[in-house]
Design a protein around this ligand. Structure first.
Ligand SMILES: C[S@@+](CC[C@H](N)C(=O)[O-])C[C@H]1O[C@@H](n2cnc3c(N)ncnc32)[C@H](O)[C@@H]1O
Length: 404
């Protein structure tokens, strides 16, 4: 993969965030609209749709086509109803890629019961010839061992704790620090928990004498790499602004520390609920930001579908019936927004390469729209004689120039 230039990384850190939140209702939804798993649907779809393109791409230059995957907070592997959790999903991807990539998977889980079912899943996978390891205990305890096993191979780490995960120091110095810049690619997809920010931030203004308050505040200091987040919390007008500012501040700090770009996706259980967590991808490669944007756009479709209320006997028509029409309205809106962004860029630069301006091309629709919508917008401008670019070819590499 190509090394990104500084401008793209800065742009990505500052700009590549999902739609901003607005005000959110609390989770007192009627049973019709409750879709408790929608957040997990989005999280898993992001993972599922990104790891294969990542491993396919970076594994091309890796010794023996081996790519190491670490799930530091793996859970039981599958839910009780048999639905795939992150380990089962990844093992399915590993099986699908096994002809051309060796995804060497390390799953860490602290809880004993979860570990037992995880371990059974891993045993099954090994029997099928996949490379998989289940490790019981705290992620922090197994990190050195996995990082050692990953030396010389690309590494993708998925860190998905319930609350606060590994410290800023472990993230930046241990994981990224152990991987030489310019060496094998390293990417991290991390769950930055909004509930923890709201709960712990609330202690700053609470008059209650909460036991363990200093230690709890310090835990968030450790996760964020300092106490800077406390002022951000106090300066915010409400919790939703605080979560947004602190997530962005965290992503920017990690990105600057390790020389990576960050792409943030807000995850909710329904459109009008507050953010449950942000999934943040850290990558040192421009291609990673672009491919993750594609994954995010596809994942959002699955999330919107998961948010549909279930059919009820007394309903005249099913909300699912209008889903495709609503998607079409969204599609047209995204193309219109991208067209306007492209026209602004043409006005500003006269000529530019799409992939060098990801944040500006997709401004306002980032994480929602994807490559196909950019292509459609370019084709419209071409038809109207506004650009020489036909919109045919690899979208990222297209040079869009003003028609003469
Ligand atoms: C959000 S769940 C993981 C869900 C899983 N990633 C998935 O998507 O299917 C977090 C898991 O981390 C485990 N856990 C909590 N603290 C941990 C630690 N320090 N190290 C490893 N696992 C931990 C919990 O027992 C729980 O199973």
């Amino acid at each position: 993969m190509e090394e990104p230039d500084e401008a793209v990384l800065n742009n990505a850190v500052l700009d590549l965030s999902g739609e901003t939140a607005g005000e959110h209702a609390t989770d007192v939804a009627s049973p019709f609209f409750v879709s408790k798993k929608a957040a997990a649907v989005l999280k898993h779809a992001l993972l599922d749709k990104y790891v294969v393109p990542f491993a396919s791409k970076v594994g091309k230059w890796a010794p023996d086509g081996r790519v190491v995957y670490l799930d530091g907070y793996a859970g039981p592997g599958r839910y009780d109803d048999g639905t795939s959790g992150s380990p089962a999903l990844i093992l399915e991807s590993a099986a699908a890629m096994s002809d051309f990539r060796k995804l060497d998977c390390y799953f860490i889980e602290k809880n004993r019961k979860n570990y037992q079912s995880l371990s059974a899943l891993v045993t099954e996978a090994r029997e099928q010839g996949l490379l998989a390891h289940a490790l019981q205990g705290r992620a922090e305890r197994h990190l050195d061992h996995v990082l050692e096993a990953a030396q010389g191979s690309p590494l993708f780490a998925f860190l998905d704790p319930f609350g606060l995960g590994i410290t800023f120091e472990a993230l930046t110095q241990k994981i990224f620090g152990s991987r030489r810049a310019g060496g094998q690619p390293t990417e991290i997809l991390l769950n930055f928990n909004a509930n923890a920010v709201r709960r712990i931030g609330g202690l700053l203004t609470s008059k209650k004498d909460t036991p363990g308050k200093p230690a709890t505040l310090k835990a968030l200091d450790d996760a964020c790499g300092g106490d800077w987040w406390q002022q951000e919390f106090l300066d915010s007008a409400n919790n939703s602004e605080a979560v947004d500012r602190i997530t962005r501040g965290f992503a920017r700090r990690v990105g600057q520390f390790v020389g990576a770009g960050a792409y943030t996706v807000e995850v909710r259980n329904r459109a009008n609920l507050q953010v449950a967590y942000n999934m943040v991808l850290f990558t040192r490669h421009r291609d990673g930001l672009w491919l993750f944007g594609e994954a995010a756009s596809h994942a959002q479709v699955e999330w919107r579908r998961a948010c549909l209320p279930p059919d009820a006997a007394d309903m005249l028509f099913s909300p699912a019936d209008t889903f495709d029409e609503e998607e079409e309205v969204r599609r047209l809106g995204w193309i219109k927004a991208i067209r306007s962004n492209l026209e602004n860029l043409l006005h500003k630069h006269g000529s530019f390469v799409v992939g060098d301006h990801q944040g500006e091309v997709l401004a306002g629709v980032i994480g929602e729209a994807r490559e196909m919508h950019v292509r459609a917008a370019i084709k419209e401008l071409y038809k109207e004689g506004k650009t020489n670019c036909t919109g045919v070819g690899d979208v990222r590499k297209l040079r869009v120039s003003r028609a003469r």
